[in-house]
Write a protein that binds this ligand. Structure first.
Ligand code: ATP
Length: 236
């Protein structure tokens, strides 16, 4: 059976979306020759953390990015469902809708290391591949994001024994496997590391510090126009 071209899926809170999301995924998509990627914001209950942006604002920011990067399209299914959703459930829906399409879930190395805590994680490998982008654990220390080449490739020895066993079974080195099989493999895209995170951006905005170099100007304009992530005016 001839398979359809693979679909990339990149899930996140995107609170807000930033270059650490966009640039590694563009680079990984180029290396794997994946030409369509769904950006899938997850739902956060509004009562959980009032300091974060609403679902509507997070989706709007994702849509602004999609308008500028034709590789991406917005996938709002988890927001429409409006309740916390496991990735495995969204992937199951996508698999049902696209039985003939390899699904490639893009994640950072931090998420890979947490994979064993994901709900029903073994089932994920029946549904999708994983394309892993590099991510350093280092926090952003100044107002310009950095490409950090000095850290080199992740050493498999720094992973837990459980993850090493998983990689031994699932890791592939030729990205064409992502095109020839529906699911089940892990590919490291060896992308450049960007030390930026949404939480750092929120914190810097809260402290009235510049975040200009962390995210596209349109996203910053949107944040300013809609007064997102403002310093708190509450006095308790
Ligand atoms: P927060 O700081 O609020 O935890 P975040 O910046 O980590 O947010 P998320 O939306 O939670 O962003 O992350 C979604 C996905 O993006 C995850 O798979 C995460 O590993 C990846 N990611 C986020 N920032 C980077 C980055 N700088 N480099 C590579 N991957 C990243």
């Amino acid at each position: 059976m001839r398979l359809a071209p693979p679909l990339g899926i990149f899930g996140g809170t995107f609170d807000p979306i930033h270059y650490g999301h966009i640039l590694p995924i563009l680079e990984a998509a180029g290396k794997t020759n994946i030409q369509k990627i769904a950006l899938m914001p997850c739902y956060i209950p509004s009562h959980k953390n009032p300091a974060t942006a609403s679902s509507e604002d997070r989706l709007k920011m994702v849509e602004l990015v999609c308008a500028d990067y034709p590789l991406f399209y917005p996938e709002p299914r988890e927001l429409i469902r409006a309740k916390p959703t496991f990735s495995v459930d969204s992937l199951r829906e996508l698999r049902t809708a696209m039985p003939n399409t390899p699904l490639c879930f893009f994640i950072g190395t931090d998420s890979l290391q947490n994979l064993f805590t994901w709900h029903n994680w073994p089932l994920l490998f029946a549904l999708c591949h994983f394309v892993v982008c590099e991510r350093t654990g280092e926090a952003v220390k100044d107002s310009s994001y950095k490409f950090d080449d000095s850290l080199g490739l992740p050493s498999p020895h720094s992973y837990s024994p459980e993850l090493q066993t998983l990689l031994h079974k699932r890791q592939i080195f030729n990205p064409s496997v992502l095109h020839n099989t529906l699911a089940g493999h892990i590919y490291f895209a060896d992308t450049q590391r960007l030390t930026v995170s949404s939480s750092k951006i929120r914190q810097q905005l809260f402290n009235n510090q510049s975040v200009d170099s962390f995210l596209p100007p349109k996203i910053l304009d949107y944040i300013q126009q809609h007064k997102l992530y403002q310093p708190s005016t509450d006095f308790c």
